[in-house]
Each structure stands twice: as C-alpha cells, then as structure tokens.
Design a protein around this ligand. Structure first.
Ligand code: CO
Length: 492
C-alpha cells in the first residue's frame, strides 16, 4: 500500500498545542466524528503529559517542566468517555495557590526574581508528568527523578506520593519507563529501575507482580531486586528487558552542576555530551533468568544519544536491542524559546538495531529506518521477545527532522511500511498498540493515538487498524491537550 503524504506544516499549528489545560472533565461522552469505535475495544487508555505551561504570565522554559495532567479515555461496547485530572503534587498545589512559579524546573524554568532568587534553591519539584501505568490498585504518575504519585484509577483523584508499600525511600528516584514482562517467567511482571547518579552511579532494578493469583503475591508486590554500581554519571531515561537481561545504554554524558547551583540553568541543561566519550551497554542479569546473581556485563556502545528503546530480545547468546538514536544530546539553552526551535538544527531520531555479543564484547549496528521517529513500541505480548512489527510516531518527510505528524507500522523482517498521516494540520503523540482480545496475529488489534488538531485547536483521538493502519475511528475530544509524553492501555 502506498500513501501519498502531503509536504510541509504550519509552524503555528504545531505551536498552538502549547497552552494550559483549562478544564477537568468528568466522564464526558465521546462520539466518533468519522468511523466507528470498535465494540471489542474494552478498557482505558491513560495518557500523561504537561498540562500547565504558564503561570502569572510566565511560560515554562521547556514543556517538560509543565505539571502532569492525566487523561483517561474509557472504551466499552462501542462507547467512549473522557476524564482528565491534574496530578495534585505538592508543587502544583503551592503554585495554584500562589498564581506563579514557586519552584525551579529541571529543564530551565526559573522562579520569578532572576538568578538571585534561584541560586542555591535545589528543591526538586516532582511534577509527575512523564508516564502513567497501572500497578495493583494504583495508577502511578511517574517522573524519573523522584517517587511516583498514586492516583485512583477510576476517579483520577491524587492519593499522594507512593513509596510502593515501603519499597522506596522517601524521594527515591523511580524510572518513568517501567517495562511489562508478559510472562517470561510465569505470571506477568512490571520491571523497573531507579538511578542514583554521581561520580559512581547505582541502578536499583526492581520486579513487581502485576496480577493476583490465589496464594501467590499480590499485584504491586516486590518480587525481587538487585543494585549495581557503575563508574561515571548515569543518565538513563529508558531501558529494555529480555527474559535474562535488563539492558541499559549509558550515554557518554557529563553533568556539571555549577550553573544549576548558581541559579543560571536547570539541572537537565547542565548535561552535555562528553567529547570523545565512550557510551556503554550495561547488561544486568535478571534475578529470575539464567545469569541470576552474576555481575553485569559492560560492552562499548556506538556513538550517539538514546532516550528511548523499542524492544530487546535474545538471539542465542546475543542480545538484540532496537533503539532510537540521535547524533547528539538535544538541549534547549537558557536563551532559547522552545516554541521557536529550528527543527533543522536538531538531530532527528533514527531507529537502529544493535546486536550485542556479551561474550566477545562486540556490537554490530544496522539502521532499520531512515525516517525521523520517536515513541516506538511492539505488541505488548512481544515485549522482551523477537517481534515482527513495530508502531511509531514519524515525521511526514522521508528524511530530515520535522514535528511528528504520522504513524508508521514497520515490518522488522521485510522492511515493509504502512503509514497513517495526521498532516498537514495534525500532530501525533505516542501511539499505543492494543491487541484485540483473543488475537492470534501479532498485528491484530488497534493503534490508539491522541492527535493535536491544529485546525480545531483541540485534540482528537484516532483509532487505527494495527494491521493495515487504516482509520477505524476519529473522535474529536472536548479538550485541548498539549503535546504529551507517555501512556498505557489497561484492558478492562
Ligand atoms: Co520517555
């Protein structure tokens, strides 16, 4: 199938998504403007992302500093409804009351009053804006530099910071990128990690039960953990799992905290690519796998910078890791406005496959696609296993960097691509692949995606057939959701 893509976009359409979410809706009924909501689609799509980008006339320096807002889209019997709530973090509550920024943001947002007002204020504002997942009876709003916030999965009411039943110490970092093991070692699990960074960095790897079995562990219970220390400052946003390994890519990054301490920059603006530095794969044995109890394997990695991985799997002794590589670490300096960034000056994300041989210490790399992409996933049942298909957000143009306007299904075996485009006035977010109940085919299901509609200045939900990428339904949401981050689908 060939899809002819329109070229070009209006920058104002893209930038119009940067705004404050003005309302919190309760079970607003949704109707398909085109097509039909599939009756078998039963469950909730949870999305997280920055919902508050301005206070008292001051804009955040980077949208990643915006307060987390959760959107829940519920589907049942061909009907759908929407509920949204801000995560009631300590910072959100204080700033709502003050009507201005009270905390500095990690990505460079300053409190009013200039450098003097910001210097030596090293309090972290846990904004809970990066990902949202269900664990036991909690919905967790995740933000990697601190602990999760727990919400009621139905009402979205914030219960407060969760230490996961005493697993975490107060304020302990917990990644925003848990991975869901679909059953490599019996029942499904959530595998996640926390990083304590410094001249030496420590990764705490944790595995949690996600299902309840009579006589077995409760959903949300910690099943196992291990901690490993590595030389150097670790910046780890994401990781991947296989049945035997937790796979980390340590980028060659340095952190110079001085401008942060002195009130000149946000902490994340103090990260810099280390010239001539060597990135490394850190393969940490999972406690339930064949290498349990052994030391991590460290293997030199190719040049480039990675935020997100698609998936990992084992091929004999080799670990195969598919990741989105950037030529360099993208950063927004103190004097730049995020709404006027020049896409041509920022490196684009490229899907690449690394075959890692931990015994020989060798890595070979192949590029899987030339098109700028982000937010890639496989069928959740194939997480950690070899998958044939991947779904991702891509640019309309075949090459070069542009905003993400299309969704792509990639056949990792044949290279065949199928595209759905939101262009020229639509901008996609992370696609979530949902298998059809009882599906046997890997691509049997739907792709759900919240799309910024620049013509309506509001958000749409698109439901695609995951096999053909044909549009099944388009729902115009009664809400304007800024460009978002991650989310997950929880079957009913
Ligand atoms: Co992420």
């Amino acid at each position: 199938m060939t899809v002819t893509l329109s070229r070009g976009y209006d920058r104002a359409d893209w930038a119009s998504a940067f705004r404050n979410v003005a309302v919190e809706l309760d079970d607003a009924p949704l109707l398909a403007a085109r097509g039909t909501i599939p009756p078998e689609l039963h469950g909730t799509l949870y999305r997280n992302g920055p919902g508050r980008l301005e206070r008292g006339g001051q804009w955040v320096h980077h949208p990643f500093d915006g307060d987390g807002m959760i959107t829940a889209l519920r589907f049942e019997a061909g009907q759908a409804s929407l509920r949204n709530r801000f995560v009631r973090t300590e910072g959100w509550l204080a700033e709502e009351q003050a009507g201005r920024f009270v905390f500095r943001g990690v990505f460079g947002t300053q409190k009013p009053g200039g450098v003097i007002a910001n210097a030596f204020d090293l309090r972290l504002k846990n904004i809970g804006n990066t990902h949202v997942v269900r664990l036991g009876d909690q919905l967790l709003a995740l933000w990697e530099a601190s602990s999760p916030h727990a919400l009621d999965p139905v009402s979205l009411e914030t219960r407060g910071v969760s230490l996961l039943d005493g697993v975490l110490k107060p304020g302990e970092a917990f990644s925003a990128h848990p991975r869901f093991d679909p059953g490599h070692h019996g029942a499904p699990r959530m595998v996640s990690f926390g990083v304590k960074s410094g001249p030496r960095s420590t990764i705490r790897l944790m595995e949690f039960a996600t299902t309840f079995e009579p006589g077995g562990p409760q959903a949300g219970e910690l099943l196992s953990e291990r901690s490993d220390s590595f030389k150097g400052f670790a910046f780890l946003h994401d990781f991947a799992i296989t049945p035997n390994w937790a796979v980390f890519l340590q980028n060659a990054i340095d952190f110079n905290p001085l401008p942060y301490v002195l009130g000149q920059k946000g902490a994340a603006q103090c990260l810099r690519s280390r010239r001539g530095g060597q990135a490394q794969f850190w393969l940490v044995p999972r406690n339930s796998g064949a290498f349990a109890g052994q030391e991590p394997r460290l293997i030199d990695a190719p040049e480039g910078f990675v935020f997100h991985h698609l998936n990992a799997w084992e091929d004999g002794n080799e670990v195969v890791l598919d990741s989105i590589f950037y030529a360099d670490f993208p950063s927004i300096g103190p004097d730049q406005d995020f709404r006027s960034i020049d896409f041509d000056l920022i490196p684009e994300g490229m899907l690449e496959r690394c075959r890692i041989d931990p015994v020989a210490g060798r890595v070979s790399t192949t590029r899987l696609s030339e098109r700028c992409c982000e937010f890639a996933m496989v069928n959740p049942e194939r997480e950690g296993l070899q998958a044939r298909y991947a779904w991702m957000a891509v640019a309309e143009r075949e090459t070069g960097n542009d905003p993400l306007q299309a969704l792509k299904k990639l056949d990792l075996e044949t290279g065949e691509r199928r595209l759905w485009s939101a262009g020229p006035r639509g901008f996609v977010s992370e696609p979530v692949m949902v298998p059809r109940p009882g599906a046997t085919g890997e691509d049997d299901g739907w792709v759900l995606c919240v799309v910024w509609n620049g013509a309506r200045c509001a958000s749409d939900l698109v439901i695609l057939d995951a096999a053909t990428m044909a549009e099944t339904a388009l729902v115009e949401l009664p809400l304007a959701i800024p460009h978002g981050l991650h989310g997950s689908f929880e079957p009913a």
